[in-house]
Design a protein around this ligand. Structure first.
Ligand code: GUN
Ligand code: ZN
Length: 438
């Protein structure tokens, strides 16, 4: 057993719906951890006596739950900042060639290790991750995540339409998916997501198969992209002229339900959002990616009118930062451009318990409630001279907002997985070499 004493903040529910009671803040708090789980979390003055025998580590900074990245592509980590295109051309020119390299298991192992260490360094402890079409790309990620004890949900990408070297078939996609589910079920803190890339890269037969696998395995998620880019949407509309919208195509194949996570949802009509809310499906809001690829501005107020669940995705390599904290600052800017204001506590909810809910892991992580896994991070409002200046004497609201606007990896002073401080190996740039950068 061990305890951490310091300032603690978590947001249990969406404050836009639940009000300020959703926010739990202890200026002088105590987080007690036993066997990797939260045993108690509250005001130090109230808990000190009960846990007088437990060794206490005093921490500097703000304790918040570990961050949740609800949509990210690990094989694209080396493609970040690829210049000049919108979605479809960007995929063909930059992404598909890089993903082809994951036929090599050694390459996948190296990238997976780098990616997960970077997640931890940025304060991300749980993530919903795209791999590639290669089953071994999932093995590489899961093995690396198991070694680090991270909560990672991933799956082999299903795509039976696309470039050479990056396609499966309906039969191989199903066989690989079933084998991966069987191989990884119940191991560590890992979870599986049936992962059709998006409608344009799967045949009708494969989409139907994805829906069937989702139905056959009640413990897996469905993870895909939806309504990101106008060209993509036009392509889908042409192929499915009878469908009222893009979501309906997924719906026809049994892929819209409470375990479904759709990245982007930039261009949505009310019918589709209302259907998502009714089904309990979640959206991964990816503001840096939407800005970078010129996809458009996610409309949070529109999604709110229907009560759709929201998480935050960095969507590397279209996203421009692996920092979920920084991505919240970009989410704020996106909302400003849509004439709305994103509250920093609500933003933190999206990045923790909200993302966990979208991923179906909210009973395990995201709120620092007793019984949850003790994944948390320490945010340092003194990480840079500018942050320190802005945060000196500032309210919690203002500090939290400044951390989102000005913070990034440097604002994450420490990351804890199941109560254990993570030490991320430092990597010299020269050691990475050119090959590993793809
Ligand atoms: N849609 C289909 N594949 C992708 C991808 O790899 N990245 C993004 N941003 N959108 C996609
Ligand atoms: Zn994506």
């Amino acid at each position: 057993m061990k305890a951490f004493r310091g300032e603690i903040l978590s947001v249990l529910e969406d404050p836009a719906a639940a009000g300020p009671e959703a926010i739990r803040h202890f200026e002088d708090g105590l987080l007690v951890v036993a066997d990797g789980l939260v045993l108690a979390c509250g005001a130090y003055a109230e808990l000190a006596q009960r846990f007088a025998d437990v060794p206490v580590e005093r921490v500097q900074g703000l304790i918040v739950p570990g961050l949740v990245d609800a949509h990210v592509h690990y094989p694209q980590i080396g493609c970040i900042a690829s210049h000049g295109e919108q979605l479809m051309q960007w995929l063909e020119r930059h992404i598909f060639p890089a993903e082809q390299a994951f036929a090599d298991r050694g390459h996948a192992d190296e990238v997976a290790g780098f990616f997960l260490d970077e997640l931890l360094r940025h304060g991300t402890t749980s993530a919903l991750v795209f791999a590639t079409v290669h089953a071994a790309s999932v093995d590489a990620l899961f093995e690396a995540a198991l070694r680090r004890d991270m909560r990672i949900v991933s799956g082999k990408v299903l795509m039976d339409r696309g470039p050479d070297g990056l396609c499966d078939t309906v039969a191989s996609g199903r066989a690989d998916t079933e084998a991966l589910i069987a191989r990884w079920r119940g191991r560590g803190r890992l979870g599986y997501a049936v992962t059709p890339r998006f409608v344009p890269t799967s045949s009708d037969e494969q989409l139907a198969d994805a829906g069937a696998m989702l139905a056959a395995h009640p413990d897996v998620l469905m993870h895909t992209h939806l309504s990101e880019n106008r060209g993509e949407i036009a392509f889908v509309a042409e192929r499915f002229p009878a469908a009222p919208d893009y979501l309906d195509v997924y719906d026809r194949f049994g892929m819209v339900g409470p375990r479904s996570v759709f990245a982007h949802c930039v261009h949505m009509d009310d019918r589709a959002l209302s259907r998502m809310a009714e089904a309990g499906a979640g959206i991964a809001f990816c503001p840096t990616s939407n800005m970078f690829l010129g996809s458009g501005l996610f409309d949070l107020a529109q999604a709110d009118r229907h009560g759709v669940r929201i998480g935050i995705g960095t969507d590397i390599g279209a996203g421009t930062s692996l920092s979920v904290l920084h991505t919240l600052g970009e989410a704020y800017r996106t909302c400003q451009l849509r004439g709305a204001s994103l509250d920093p506590f609500r933003a933190l909810y999206f990045a923790t318990a909200g993302g966990a809910r979208v991923m179906g892991i909210a009973d395990r992580v995201g709120s620092l409630l007793p019984g949850q896994e003790a994944d948390f991070i320490l945010l340092d409002a003194n990480a840079t001279p500018l942050l320190a200046r802005r945060c000196a004497g500032a309210s919690l609201h203002d500090r939290l907002f400044a951390l989102q606007v000005l913070g990034g990896d440097r604002a994450v002073a420490a990351t804890f997985l199941r109560g254990r401080r993570v030490s991320v190996p430092s990597r010299s740039v020269s050691r990475l070499g050119l090959d590993a950068r793809r």
